[in-house]
Write a protein that binds this ligand. Structure first.
Ligand code: BTN
Length: 248
């Protein structure tokens, strides 16, 4: 059974377990609009029946085999720094996975890969007023013990290691990783975080074929801009891509 963390400062100090729910992100969002939720509260379920992914996609996870949860953060960063939420969460997932496997990468903007297959995705939904993020709901789907996937681009920790994963212990460790990276962000270590993120970024500084707007082109990822858009150096010069504007 999952329990609140006794090790962390903010993330996971409070935990709500839902036996089954449509989407932990939707649940946490609805609740946060009705009542104040303590900073760092985790909403976790063993059975997400209508999990949501990026770009309106579904997030399907076999019940009782994976980690599907959302963390509520109150006023995490100013709106113009929202990309750092993605940075700290993806780094924390990397830190956690690095204790178990090799060949992990962060794929811009939101995916975590093991051996070039997706093991985790994140969906961050902000409630904004003016230039403030009042509440960020950070949704994490991490494939842990599932062995069969519809997509051959997906994997799990168990598939990569051959080892059954205890979900409660894994959650406790992951919350600790999230808390550490979040505290780095809250203490202003943005450059440090971005630097760490770059060293783990999939295809950074490597020539690769990309596609955008139905056209293929060769280029090299050199980084992200202030808004977290992907910067690709091509023969025609630098090109900058927002979310959904490039695939690779
Ligand atoms: C993606 O890669 O498309 C993002 C997937 C995010 C899935 C998680 S699972 C917990 C939380 N609740 C949701 O409905 N989605 C996120």
């Amino acid at each position: 059974m999952y329990k609140a963390s006794s090790r962390t400062r903010i993330i996971g100090n409070h935990l709500v377990y839902l036996k089954a729910v449509g989407s932990t992100n939707s649940w946490a969002t609805e609740l946060s609009k009705k009542a104040e939720i303590k900073d760092g509260t985790v909403f976790i379920t063993d059975h997400q029946t209508a999990g949501r992914g990026q770009m309106g996609n579904r997030w399907n996870a076999e019940p009782h085999e994976n980690l599907t949860f959302s963390v509520v953060l109150n006023e995490p960063v100013p709106l113009q720094e929202q990309f750092y939420l993605t940075v700290f969460v993806t780094l924390a997932l990397y830190d956690f996975l690095a204790t178990k496997v090799h060949h992990i990468n962060i794929k811009w903007p939101n995916d975590i890969l093991i051996n070039q297959k997706k093991v985790a995705g994140i969906l961050i939904e902000n409630q904004v007023s003016g230039s403030r993020i009042n509440v960020a709901v950070v949704g994490i789907g991490l494939n842990m013990n599932q062995l069969q996937f519809d997509l051959n681009t997906a994997t799990s920790v168990r598939r990569e290691t051959g080892i059954f994963q205890d979900l409660s212990a894994a959650l406790d460790d992951l919350l600790n990783c999230l808390d550490e990276r979040y505290l780095q962000l809250k203490s202003g270590k943005r450059d440090f975080l971005l630097n760490d993120w770059y060293t783990r970024l999939y295809l950074k500084d490597l020539p690769h074929q990309f596609s955008s707007g139905g056209q293929s082109f060769n280029g090299v990822i050199t980084g992200v801009d202030m808004l977290g858009r992907l910067v690709v150096e091509t023969a025609e010069g630098q090109r900058i891509f927002g979310f959904k504007e490039i695939s690779y």
